[in-house]
Structure formats: C-alpha cells, structure tokens
Design a protein around this ligand. Sequence first.
Ligand code: KIV
Length: 276
Amino acid sequence: MYVQNASASDRKPVTVPSLRTMKAEGRPIVMLTAYDASFAWQLEVAGVDVALVGDSLGMVVQGHRSTLPVTLDHMVYHTSMVARGLNATLLVADLPFMSDRDVPHILDAGARLFGEGGAAMVKVEGAAPHILDGIAALTARAMPVCAHLGLTPQSVHKFGGFRIQGREQEAAERLVKEAQAVEAAGAAIVVLEGLPTTLGKRITESVSIPTIGIGAGPHCDGQVLVLHDMLGITPGKRPKFSKDFLAGRDSVAAAIAAYVKDVREGVFPAAEHGFN
Ligand code: KIV
C-alpha cells in the first residue's frame, strides 16, 4: 500500500524563480520523469529538483512505439498521481500530441493539467508560430511553460525516426533562433533533446532561461532522463544518451540518488553519452 509521509521531505520547495537562480549560480538542475505517486516519492526523497510527467509514458508505461497515442485524460490522470507523491519537487506535465493544435486547445490543456493535475509548469514541443502564441497565452495566465526543442518525440514521423537534430549548420542556426524565440514568448525553461554537444552548449549560452538537456551534452544548465531508461528497465536497447544507474546498486532509491549526485557534480553526462 502507498502511504506518503510528507514529513520525510523537509526540502525547500523548488520554484520557477529558483530554477533561474540555479542557472545564474551555475548549480545544475536535476530533472527526472515519473508517472505515479510511489516513484514520485522516490524522486522527492532523492532531492530531484523537477519531476516531469512526460508523454514518454506512452512508450515506457503503456507500451506504444511512440508518444502519439497519449491523450490529455491520460496526462491529467498520471499528473494527479505524481502530484500526490511530491512535496518540494517542482511538477512539470507534458501537453500530449495535438492538445497543442491551437491556442484555445493549449489553454484548455494547461488549465486541466494545472487545475486537475496539480502541475506547476507545462511542457510544449517545438517553436511553430501557434506554439509561441500558446507559450505567451499560458504565461500571461500564470501557467509557466517549459519549451522542448530538438528531437521532439511528437514529430517522430516528420523526422523519419528518433534522429539527432541540428547536425547541419542551417538546422543548428534554426534551433538557436527557436530557443531565443521560446524565451521571448515567455518560456521559463527549455528542454533540449538529441542535439550535438556543441549545439547544446551554444544554445545554453544564447538564452537566459535554464536549458535542460537529454542527449544534448554536459553544458546544459540541467539534465533530464526517462526514469525507466535510467533504471535499465525499458525494453530493448538503452539510448546512448542514457545510463543504467541501477546497475551495481541494490535499490531504486540508490539509483536515483546516484543520478542526482552525478548530475550535481557534472559527472553525468560523460562524453560517451553525447553526440558530435
Ligand atoms: O516525455 C518525456 O519524458 C520527455 C523527456 C524525454 C524530456 O519529453
């Protein structure tokens, strides 16, 4: 049975302003996905700064081949479970496929994830004009936004697979401009996924909001991984940018604590987890 003992976490709450302070002070931000209350509590106790209810749940929990079958109802359900497992950790929830089709839908999805789900921030993929308008509309209504650029999984069919982005000069320039555009629209933080290490560094230096990398090298202001990947329980081959933190350890708690320590100390990601 799941019994939360809130007093077991007496950490100071992580807030949107405190993430900016962490970037300014050069303190790496630790982010990890969670999909239910029990794992959320493991993140809480380990001192993870940001819990992400990613639509990656479509793949690692529901068993689909992409994130596209995930619905807004699924996201609200999982976000509300994760919220009950957290105390000080900031909760971010994904807007799933096509819930971001236009600004009214983006606002409705945000309202549900904040209101019913208990999120403190929502994440949207890409920098298309309607997404930039959506970031501005959410932000204007006090719903902070995490942008997501690079290998955005909802665009898997456009990319022809889960492929590293920004390898060519033109694409790299576009991604730098997109990062500046999501910041200008009001995004509070930005996830950079599947980019060459040099581009992750360049974007991090080009914006004042914190960048959170996943397969974007060690120079981002923080790191995020999919929980099931870093526990080594995702079926199939582990992504190159991830690491099995449970290998050689005897508990989920120890694996998550090791991830937190390695990100804070700049040990993870190592060169072998990056792309050139
Ligand atoms: O859905 C997810 O888990 C994500 C992370 C990979 C950043 O978007």
